[in-house]
Design a protein around this ligand. Structure first.
Ligand code: ZN
Length: 371
């Protein structure tokens, strides 16, 4: 889901990844402190941010451990400049379980803060807030700052802006009343509205809030779409959504034939199918246009087609196919009949059409039921 990240290490089955922009943040913090207060301050700043993100990592591991109790594994945890993202294989659909998983993260920060305050109290140092730049060389200054930051992390993550933790709790509570899909839609709408508030706060305060707002907005939108897609594809077969009326190219076709089809149909991808009705590959609109420009009309489509195309049997579970398309970033999946002959294909566009059709029918049913 997130490009530009590097794998650091693994904890169990979970890979811990660091987004490249995070290193930019470290460099920026270091440079900022160096310019203001010299090398010692730069070091303190970088150490503080590193410790802070260790706490963010523990927060995400809290989610992962809680999810594991319900048999859900976490593929990876990515640390971004705006926080951490844990990619759970799925979210528990039972509201009570989602609440436990969502609260586990902030709970970790509360525990860390309590431990740090305990240490400070035992050491007789009264924790008080200082601007980051003024943290002296005394390690207790750093600890006090870190304790405060953990309180802030817990509070901030509990803002009910879906898909932040507080938003997940909100969705789970709503789900007990109105069902999972509707609850996600409502929570996502509230999340998007709160993202707007964060932008306003960011304009007058910390600009990092604007980044977080953008992230919340996009994540809320995509998660709402994902939940709708899962509901629409559940219990269906690949053949229910597959495109079955289409034009094809043959192994002997040229780019010129492809250009003709491009103009005469509304398709943007053309399956290349041989005499035995086997799918040999797919030629996209971009490939046709590029080939026309670079290689000319006579180029065989076999030279420009994408040959590595997954196929699924017509009776494959649509939700499994959809999940694979998402995970592997596939924009074309062939559908075959019992004999392996090519009979249709799936694209992200026709999955969205399936969602639109399902949504319209549901709304009609609700209207008919007088809701
Ligand atoms: Zn969290």
């Amino acid at each position: 889901m997130l490009g530009g990240s590097i794998g650091l290490f693994r904890i169990g089955k979970t890979e811990i990844r660091l987004h490249a922009t995070f290193l930019l943040l470290l460099a920026w913090i270091g440079a900022l402190h160096w310019m203001r207060n010299g090398p010692q301050a730069a070091l303190t700043g970088v150490v503080f941010i590193s410790l802070l993100f260790a706490c963010v990592l523990l927060h995400e591991l809290g989610h992962a451990m809680a999810a594991r109790r319900y048999g859900i594994e976490t593929r990876d945890i990515t640390l971004l400049p705006i926080g951490g993202v844990a990619s759970l294989d799925q979210m528990p659909e039972k509201p009570s379980q989602e609440i436990v998983v969502a609260l586990a993260g902030p709970a970790v920060n509360v525990v860390i803060a309590a431990v740090l305050y305990g240490v400070l109290w035992l050491s007789g140092d009264v924790p008080k807030a200082q601007p980051l730049a003024e943290i002296g060389q005394a390690p207790t200054g750093l600890l006090a700052q870190l304790a405060m930051a953990n309180v802030a992390l817990a509070v901030f993550n509990l803002i009910p802006a879906f898909p932040m933790d507080g938003g997940r709790v909100l969705r789970a509570l709503l789900a007990t009343q109105v069902g999972h899909v509707r609850a996600t839609e409502v929570a996502a709408t509230i999340g998007q509205a709160l993202a707007g508030v964060l932008v306003l706060l960011g304009l007058f305060g910390n600009p990092l809030l604007i980044l977080i707002a953008v992230f919340v907005f996009l994540a809320a939108t995509s998660e709402a779409g994902f939940v709708q897609a899962r509901e629409a594809t559940r219990g269906r077969m690949a053949s229910h959504a597959a495109i079955e009326v289409f034009s094809t190219l043959g192994p002997a076709s040229s780019v010129s034939d492809g250009a003709d089809l491009l103009l005469r149909t509304t398709q943007h991808e053309f399956p290349v199918v041989d005499g035995a009705r086997r799918l040999r590959g797919v030629v996209t609109r971009e490939a046709i246009i590029n080939a026309l420009q670079d290689k000319g009309d006579a180029t065989p489509v076999l030279d420009i087609m994408e040959a590595d195309v997954p196929t699924v049997p017509a009776n494959a579970s649509l939700d499994v196919v959809f999940k694979r398309m998402q995970e592997e970033g596939r924009r074309f999946v062939g559908v075959t009949d019992r004999d392996g002959a090519f009979v249709g294909y799936l694209t992200p566009e026709n999955i969205s059409e399936l969602i639109m059709v399902r949504r319209a029918r549901t709304l009609h049913e609700q209207m008919a039921a007088g809701r």
